[in-house]
Design a protein around this ligand. Structure first.
Ligand code: TNX
Length: 516
């Protein structure tokens, strides 16, 4: 019989359990869960007979069972564990996934005993996060496809009870596929990696001066011409609508929502190069492969501009389950403030007419924002107070903490440094609720770590900049603020070195982290 106590009781009865700095270092889990209670006994050993029992017949729950089976793979036996419907009287000796009446939408409880492992959650998302926690309780070697299965055994999971839910609803990463293009398989790999750390948004920056990366059937030259290059003059690329849908489905299976961004009115040279009529002077711009910003803008006083935007938003919105559509709005240097505000307000109406809510970079704050708009705060010297006072909610991506394209230090061979050099400690040791006066926890939708790709030409480059800083941001998004301490985090992070290696991640071996 599993010992499952309500969270409040557990927390108050064991005030020292949070963080687990002393005896058990929280089993090196990242993000750190709310409550980690080691239990008596030896824990659970996976064998070739271990079965995954899924109590709920929903497609989501079944998929999570299959996902867990594929994570374990052939580490426990000659075949991945079987996935079966739960029996009415719970069988001992298996891994049980079940839905209960837990209120926290992404919360879960994980119990490991000698006789069984149980993950219970109110919703499938919570089951998935419980599975990711269980994955981290298994040896890093399970991630290593090249290692012989018998070298991974015995697969022992320590006896423990974990009760957990996230701090923020929005725990995001952003990938700039415009400056350099990344293939569907590369995006899937990024999704795989971020899902291990319980991130639940991937914002795709789908258009910028250097490239248009998503097929728009009513404006085919956007990708045919506008998608044909990238920074440095490489061949670029784009996603067909079918490929975009494939990315969305892959993300959904990992409980990640894809948030599409079409940056406008600036950062639009690829569109202006593809269609002469979008320019005020009616002349197509040349394609652009440099890394300057701020020089391009749609012709905000021409009606065709809004027909164009309506078509683009309609086609993308129809493919996108997220309620959000990101309109960019950053770094416009060629319009008057009045032109800019009028543009944003008109585009907001278009986005709403297609059933979506606007997300924009913090420059959109002077416009009249509809309730429910999300403002992504990125400028270190800015303040989101104006946006908050209009009822917007904030996604915190402040560049001197959360930008993964910033160099670690002066010797980092790739990346930019206009906002800061960001060492791993800098990316961890800050509180999104304490970045600027006037925003508090309740105004925050969450955090997001963008990675801009001007200087990142390959997935290896992306991984080097994202790992381990993205893992630090993931913990900020999930773990209670009062449970985070750099001294303790760096130990847990060091323990993830072998897991990064097993996953083939090209990561930055920060000197400040005791890598195992
Ligand atoms: C600023 S952040 C930009 C991007 C650049 C990035 C480079 C933002 C909203 N705009 O266009 O790629 O800096 O760090």
């Amino acid at each position: 019989m599993a010992l499952v106590l309500p969270l409040a009781v557990m927390t108050s009865a064991h005030p020292g359990s949070f963080g687990q700095t002393a005896a058990a270092p929280a089993f090196d889990l990242i993000p750190l869960p709310r409550v980690v209670e080691p239990r008596q006994g030896d824990g659970f050993v996976l064998t070739p007979q271990t079965v995954i029992y899924v109590q709920d017949r929903s497609a989501d729950a079944q998929r999570i069972g299959q996902y867990l089976s594929s994570v374990i793979g052939i580490a426990a036996g000659p075949e991945p564990p079987r996935v079966e419907p739960a029996r009415s009287s719970p069988a001992a000796g298996g891994i049980h996934l079940r839905l209960n009446d837990m209120k926290e939408p992404e919360g879960y409880e994980l119990t490991v005993e000698a006789t069984a492992i149980t993950i219970a959650a109110g919703r499938p998302a919570g089951l998935f996060y419980g599975v990711q926690t269980l994955r981290q309780l298994l040896p890093a070697l399970i991630e290593f496809e090249a290692v012989r299965a018998d070298e991974k055994r015995p697969l022992r999971v320590p006896a423990v009870t974990i009760v957990d839910h996230p701090r923020f609803r929005w725990r995001g990463a952003m990938l700039d596929v415009a400056r350099h293009f990344f293939s569907v398989d590369e995006v899937k790999r990024y999704l795989d990696l971020i899902s291990i750390y319980k991130l639940n948004r991937l914002h795709l920056h789908l258009a910028d001066d250097q490239g248009w990366r998503i097929e728009i059937k009513s404006w085919p030259n956007l990708t045919r011409h506008g998608g044909s290059t990238e920074v440095g003059g490489g061949p670029g690329g784009f996603y067909t609508q079918a490929q975009y849908s494939e990315i969305i489905a892959y993300a959904r299976d990992r409980f990640i929502e894809i948030v599409p961004e079409i940056d406008m009115p600036g950062h639009t040279n690829a569109a202006l190069a593809s269609y002469a009529e979008l320019n005020c002077d009616g002349k197509a711009r040349p394609l652009y492969t440099g890394i300057e910003v701020g020089f391009s803008a749609l012709c905000v006083d021409k009606e065709i501009t809004y027909r164009f935007i309506d078509d683009v938003v309609r086609e993308i919105a129809a493919l996108t389950p997220s309620r959000y559509f990101h309109i960019g709005g950053d770094e416009v240097k060629t319009l008057t403030p009045e032109q800019y505000v009028r543009f944003i307000e008109r585009v907001q109406k278009i986005v709403q007419s297609h059933g979506k809510q606007v997300v924009g970079w913090d420059e959109i704050a002077p416009a009249a924002l509809a309730p429910g708009t999300l403002v992504q705060h990125w400028r270190p010297d800015g303040s989101p107070t104006a946006a908050v006072s209009k009822g917007a909610r904030i996604v915190m991506s402040v560049a001197n903490r959360a930008y993964l394209d910033m160099k670690y230090d002066n010797s980092t061979p790739i990346g930019l440094n206009w906002a800061a050099n960001i060492e791993v400690r800098d990316s961890y040791e800050w509180d999104p609720a304490d970045v600027a006066p006037g925003i508090s926890e309740s105004a925050l939708e969450g955090v997001e770590a963008p990675i801009w790709s001007e200087t990142l030409g390959s997935m290896r480059d992306v991984e080097f900049m994202a790992f381990p800083r993205l893992v630090a941001i993931a913990e900020i998004g999930w773990t209670r603020e009062d449970g985070r301490k750099w001294e303790e985090f760096r130990q847990r992070l060091g323990a993830h070195g072998p897991r990064f290696t097993a996953l083939g991640i090209n990561f930055y071996r920060a000197a400040s982290v005791p890598w195992k």
